[in-house]
Design a protein around this ligand. Structure first.
Ligand code: ZN
Length: 163
């Protein structure tokens, strides 16, 4: 019996490991997307977003230029997608407040996504943590800090601004 439980725990452990690995793969994809706009976004952050359902990419987008669409909206700029129940990998906390563009957190809530993984919280004090709160309040599972360091080195100038 104890052998059985032990084996079960081992399998669970491996499952967890594989899941983390997959999460990192998708977040890396979002970071690679974000990096495509290097030199184009001015003082804005480089941000990428990937929408996943059943381990398949449904759509993806990135913040392409200064005052351009935020990554979450950019993923839908050419076509609308049904992302209900999907998991979103986004390199920066979705914005909570309407600015030049409507709030990305509200957009994800309207799109009925199930889970959002975020590399870094937005260091901008206007946003910091508010996007996460909004998503959580709407019943969306949120995980933060996945590849935070990688995102910070990609967005060094942006993070420096709010030190
Ligand atoms: Zn936004």
């Amino acid at each position: 019996m104890s052998f059985f439980i032990c084996t079960l725990n081992l399998l669970k452990g491996q499952g967890f490991y594989l899941k983390i690995k997959t999460d990192m793969d998708f977040m890396r994809q979002a970071l690679t997307l974000a990096a495509q706009a290097k030199g184009m976004v001015g003082h804005d952050p480089l941000v990428g977003a990937v929408f996943i359902k059943n381990r398949q990419v449904i759509t993806k987008g990135y913040h392409e230029k200064l005052f351009g669409l935020h990554a979450e909206f950019a993923a839908f700029k050419n076509q609308d997608f049904d992302v209900e129940g999907s998991t979103v990998y986004v390199t920066l906390e979705p914005c909570a407040h309407d600015d030049y563009f409507p709030s990305c957190a509200q957009f994800l809530i309207r799109k009925k996504v199930k889970k959002v993984l975020i590399a870094s919280l937005d260091p901008n004090p206007i946003e910091n943590g508010d996007g996460v709160q909004l998503l959580k309040k709407a019943g969306i599972e949120v995980i933060t800090g996945l590849m935070d360091q990688e995102n910070r080195s990609l967005n060094q100038a942006y993070f420096e601004r709010f030190k």
